[in-house]
Design a binder for this molecule. Structure first.
Ligand code: WTA
Length: 654
């Protein structure tokens, strides 16, 4: 690990919301002294309540915590409506299309758009408070507008990333029992149109009787099929709607949205977020971690289909009254300078992306940043996966001109917002280190027995107190919620939240996240559950058994490595190997989406199993990485299998 420490620039510190480590410590101290008082203060100050809350935190039914009970609010009002008085002509969303087309939406125009869409959902589709609406959208402004229109009327949105397949979309629609699907004909990517509506058609072929209508935004103008009585044109219907709409009075704990994410077992989980706690932390972290100021233009390159897109493209920036950029395209088109050209064009002050993108842009265009004026940048952010020191240095020096603070933000779909992150005007930064928990977030790194791990040793990253923006439950499966995140370990009599990540604290108290400790693979900053990928691979008729593991990848962080055992009947047909690998990846694309395809698929005679039949994934992980096997193999049913698999992997030169 690099030993250098990078201090925030004086100019940055001077004007920052949190200016020094003393201020940070004072806030953290205040939170630990009077936890509820701390949160109550911010909730009162930041949220424009329609009715005040009467209880800060209800822990009676832990871990089903409730925050700010009795309070009434509306997230669309918090994000847009309340800003009209002071910011109506300010740009709320700057949209840039793949082909460079632009749309700048002011706060006033955004408010009208949200109201019209909200009226359309109510009047045309009968959507009411509590109904679920699935969004399968490209990165266009209507995605944000539809999310906020749902919030406005109290409908619960579930955004499904546009890269997911029809099967994956269907599963999510059925699980949420969605009444309405909002999509687009398609959009543009790398200069060409791509399609989304046909995927929705396929998803709805069976099992989705809950869906009463599909509402389609026109983006690329390509031909699509229209099913009479089910499919409606967003752009046509919205024209007839009024731009005035009542805010639904929402309770603090009403669900705001569901977002499906992968766990180590079974199907993706519908992570359910609350209204008040979620929006409070989304806004506070914009102010603390991105130090957002009224004149700033902020750009997060995530997709709205992920939590980063929810909290840090739509809800956080708008709640903070900022100007947020939405980009339809990819960072490498038309060339690897696209992002830097956009930074110059829009004078971006905060730029937030994933380490995968940084590594890719470094590799494809190390000199591109030099061609642009990046001096507007003040804060750079990373998210989704650990960043390696070389990528960090390039980002710091070439993009940030050695004057920007880099915030390595550690958090999860379940946490709603940042948990561990530098504060740009305060924290002396160690490269590739998430540094310290934010004030109000109480974390601990513990061992198997629940004891804090010694300095420099890896343990489990846990959160020991409930926080406002935390997951409330898994949609339709409260038992799974408890089992997935809360073990037997208790602090102050309350169950501890397990993140599923490993972490280490150094002698200065800095936290480094070391990666997942469960069977979740992090591909380009996206979570993939091994169980999900394995279930897809098993659909291949020749596959008898499969185990997938993560393998370090120079750009993607981790790639997926699959070991498969063929059925007896076709075991000797090695000539078919190549086709089998291709066929398996085709099935994965159909079942999940292109993000889950395997980089390597090797055929092995058997998997390393214990006598009770448990697959020893740790051995498979070590072999994939080319590491020496240090695990005890004597408990295996057939210890000789390890050597056989090693030989195959090494001879394949994968
Ligand atoms: C990983 C994304 C290291 C981690 C916001 C976590 C990180 C998972 C970081 C959540 C970081 C996220 N450093 N690892 N700064 N940020 N992760 O739910 O493994 O898509 O559990 O949320 O990404 O992924 P998710």
């Amino acid at each position: 690990m690099l030993k250098e420490v990078y201090y925030p620039s004086e100019a940055l510190s001077k004007n920052a919301t949190i200016k020094s480590m003393d201020e940070y410590r004072a806030l953290a101290e205040e939170a630990s002294r009077d936890y509820e008082g701390f949160w109550a203060k911010y909730a009162k100050e930041k949220i424009d309540w329609f009715a005040p809350f009467t209880r800060v935190l209800n822990e009676d039914n832990a871990p089903f915590y409730k925050w700010f009970e009795g309070g009434k609010l509306n997230v669309a009002h918090q994000c847009v409506g309340r800003h009209i008085a002071t910011k109506k002509n300010k740009a709320a969303i700057i949209f840039e299309g793949d082909n460079g087309d632009q749309r700048i939406i002011t706060y006033r125009e955004l408010w009208y758009e949200i109201n019209r869409a909200a009226n359309m959902f109510k009047n045309q589709f009968g959507i009411q408070k509590g109904d679920r609406v699935v969004l399968y959208m490209p990165m266009i402004s209507e995605a944000a507008i539809s999310m906020l229109a749902c919030a406005k009327i109290g409908a619960i949105h579930s955004v499904v990333f546009g890269g997911f397949s029809a099967e994956a979309l269907r599963d999510r629609i059925i699980d949420a029992e969605a009444k309405l699907v909002i999509t687009a004909d398609g959009a543009f990517r790398k200069g060409s149109p791509y399609m989304l509506k046909p995927v929705v058609d396929k998803a709805l072929e069976h099992g989705c009787e809950c869906v009463k209508a599909v509402c389609i935004v026109e983006r690329n103008g390509e031909d699509i099929e229209w099913i009479a009585g089910r499919d409606y044109a967003y752009n046509e219907l919205i024209k007839n709607e009024s731009n005035v709409c009542e805010d639904e009075m929402m309770d603090s704990e009403d669900p705001l949205f569901l977002l499906y994410t992968s766990g180590s077992t079974g199907k993706p989980k519908g992570v359910q977020h609350s209204t008040a706690g979620y929006i409070l932390w989304a806004q506070m972290t914009m102010e603390w971690v991105f130090d957002i100021k009224d004149n700033d233009t902020y750009w997060c390159t995530a997709d709205v289909g992920w939590i980063t897109g929810h909290t840090y493209i739509v809800y956080g920036p708008l709640a903070a009254g900022a100007t947020t950029v939405m980009f339809e395209g990819v960072p490498t088109f038309p060339d690897a300078g696209r992002c830097w050209r956009m930074v110059e064009e829009y004078q971006i002050n905060q730029f937030y992306t994933a380490p995968t993108a940084i590594r890719l842009l470094h590799k494809m265009g190390a000199d591109e940043p030099k061609k642009y004026d990046l001096s507007s940048l003040r804060i750079l952010g990373t998210v989704g996966e650990p960043i390696d020191p070389p990528a960090w240095k390039w980002y710091y020096e070439e993009i940030g001109g050695s004057k920007c603070s880099i915030v390595d933000t550690y958090w999860q779909t379940e946490t709603g917002g940042h948990m561990i992150s530098p504060l740009p005007g305060a924290t002396p930064i160690k490269p590739a280190c998430a540094t310290f928990p934010l004030p109000g977030i109480i974390t601990e790194v513990i061992d198997e027995e629940g004891n804090p791990t010694p300095i420099g040793e890896k343990g489990f990253m846990c959160v020991t107190k409930p926080w406002p923006s935390m997951i409330r439950t898994i949609w339709g499966d409260p038992d799974r919620f408890v089992k997935s995140y809360f073990g037997d370990c208790k602090k102050d009599g309350k169950p501890v939240y397990f993140t599923g990540d490993g972490a280490m604290i150094d002698e200065d108290g800095y936290v480094t996240i070391t990666g997942r400790t469960d069977d979740v693979i992090n591909v380009s900053g996206h979570r993939m559950g091994t169980a999900e990928v394995e279930a897809a691979v098993k659909k291949h008729s020749h596959v008898a058994a499969v185990a997938v593991v993560g393998k370090p990848h120079p750009i993607k962080g981790e790639g997926i490595f699959a070991y498969i055992v063929l059925k007896e009947t076709i075991k000797d047909t090695t000539a078919e190997e190549m086709d089998i690998a291709q066929d398996i990846n085709k099935i994965i694309k159909e079942e999940i989406g292109a993000i889950a395809v395997c980089d390597s698929i090797v055929i092995v005679p058997d998997l390393p199993k214990t006598r009770s039949g448990k697959i020893m994934r740790r051995i498979l992980r070590s072999i994939a990485k080319g590491e020496a096997i240090t695990q005890d193999t004597s408990t295996l049913e057939d210890p000789s299998i390890v050597k056989k698999i090693e030989d195959i992997v090494n001879s394949d030169d994968i």
